[in-house]
Design a protein around this ligand. Structure first.
Ligand SMILES: [Mn+2]
Length: 380
């Protein structure tokens, strides 16, 4: 099953089906990025800031940084790295970012909440709070390393602290994957004190920041960033008609959730992402955005890592026919074979286009049994 069939309730499903009956060919178009753009004239006291606590997130940070460069940002690029990020990764980061700063990981220590969230890795994102200590800058935009920029977003610097987009799960909270802030030692210290006194209601930085900046939801609408500055892949599938209407305006995609683009692999020969939707609960990532991420990685980041690692082995993320992941993918395809329409092989991209054009394969891939199985997997 591809990521076609979203997690919808019955009424949404009906809306969707009605929408499908009209011919519409909405799909994500790839903006043509300017690769290897010359170094920009820079605004020295404003910066985009991201965070990488391990080598995987470092790859994400490299893709994010490169996407900002490709869209010709005029601001500086800063990455905070944890002590475990390997030296060759730091070297690669240095060729994309203006500053690579090592910070100590500051765990929230709130293990109960963290396990509740089933995201034990979230504790380390407390390191994010360090971004307030970057007082060499007057204003910054923080972006998670699992974000990808689709167009120039320098206009975000016209906003004030704390500006952010609503969280798709609870829109009265902001999502802390993209936010505008003003570095300040005073705010930094207040945040740390607040954090140690009150903990975090979700065990992560988003809980802390939302209770600290607790007037965000009501006080000043100019601090609500439009959702297109932090479009989470989960939201795409929970409100597909809105994505069809507004998705083309997306400026930042945020690969929210457990599965990240770097958890897949990429076949550079065929240009296909491998392992997408091996299991239904991993299908949150929109295949077009996932492919965009991997193309950028293959074009600009992997060659950089190849250089900094030299002869030392590293996980390129590229699929190799002999690799275990590839075999797994092939095996799972074989297991699903009886469910698929016999010999005619349709790519998931093609199926999506057909679905969107109202050409739904009711007897095959899009059969009610398949849809029901998909819904069950989300509702269990
Ligand atoms: Mn994130």
């Amino acid at each position: 099953m591809s990521g076609l069939i979203p997690a919808l309730d019955c009424s949404q499903l009906l809306n969707l089906c009605a929408a499908q009956c009209k011919p519409s060919a909405r799909h994500v178009t790839t903006p043509a990025p300017q690769v290897d753009s010359p170094r920009r004239t820079m605004s020295a006291d404003e910066a985009f800031v991201t965070l990488a606590t391990n080598d995987s997130y470092a790859k994400g940070a490299m893709v994010l940084g490169q996407s900002l460069l490709n869209h010709r940002t005029t601001r500086k690029l800063v990455v905070l790295v944890g002590p475990h990020v390997a030296e060759p990764c730091r070297d690669a980061l240095r060729s994309i970012f203006d500053e690579v700063l090592v910070v100590d990981v500051m765990d929230s220590g709130d293990a109960a909440h963290l396990s509740l969230m089933k995201r034990p890795d979230l504790g380390v994102t407390f390191t994010k709070l360090h971004c307030w200590s970057l007082t060499q800058y007057s204003k910054c935009v923080f972006m998670d390393a699992d974000a990808l920029v689709l167009s120039n977003i320098d206009e975000l610097f016209e906003r004030e602290e704390l500006s952010a987009a609503p969280d798709p799960g609870w829109p009265d909270c902001f999502n802390s994957g993209v936010f505008v802030f003003r570095p300040s030692n005073e705010t930094h210290e207040k945040l740390l004190a607040f954090c140690s006194e009150n903990g975090s209601f979700d065990g992560g930085d988003q809980g802390v920041l939302n209770t600290f900046f607790n007037t965000w939801a009501t006080a000043d609408i100019s601090k609500h960033l439009p959702f297109i500055y932090n479009l989470s892949s989960i939201a795409i599938y929970s409100y597909l008609p809105a994505f069809k209407q507004y998705g083309r305006d997306a400026k930042v995609v945020h690969f929210l959730g457990k599965m990240k683009p770097w958890n897949y692999s990429y076949d550079a020969q065929t240009g296909e992402v491998k392992g997408h939707c091996l299991s239904p609960d991993q299908c949150h990532l929109h295949p077009d955005y996932l492919l965009m991420w991997w193309r950028l990685y293959a074009q600009s980041v992997q060659p950089l890592l190849q250089q900094t690692y030299g002869d030392a082995p590293f996980d390129s993320g590229f699929a190799d026919a002999s690799a275990e992941g590839f075999k797994l993918h092939e095996d799972s395809k074989e297991n699903q074979a009886p469910l698929a329409p016999p010999p005619q092989k349709v790519s998931s991209e093609e199926r999506k286009l057909r679905w969107e054009a109202g050409q739904i394969d009711y007897m095959g891939d899009d059969s009610f049994d398949n849809i029901a199985r998909k819904l069950d997997s989300f509702l269990k």
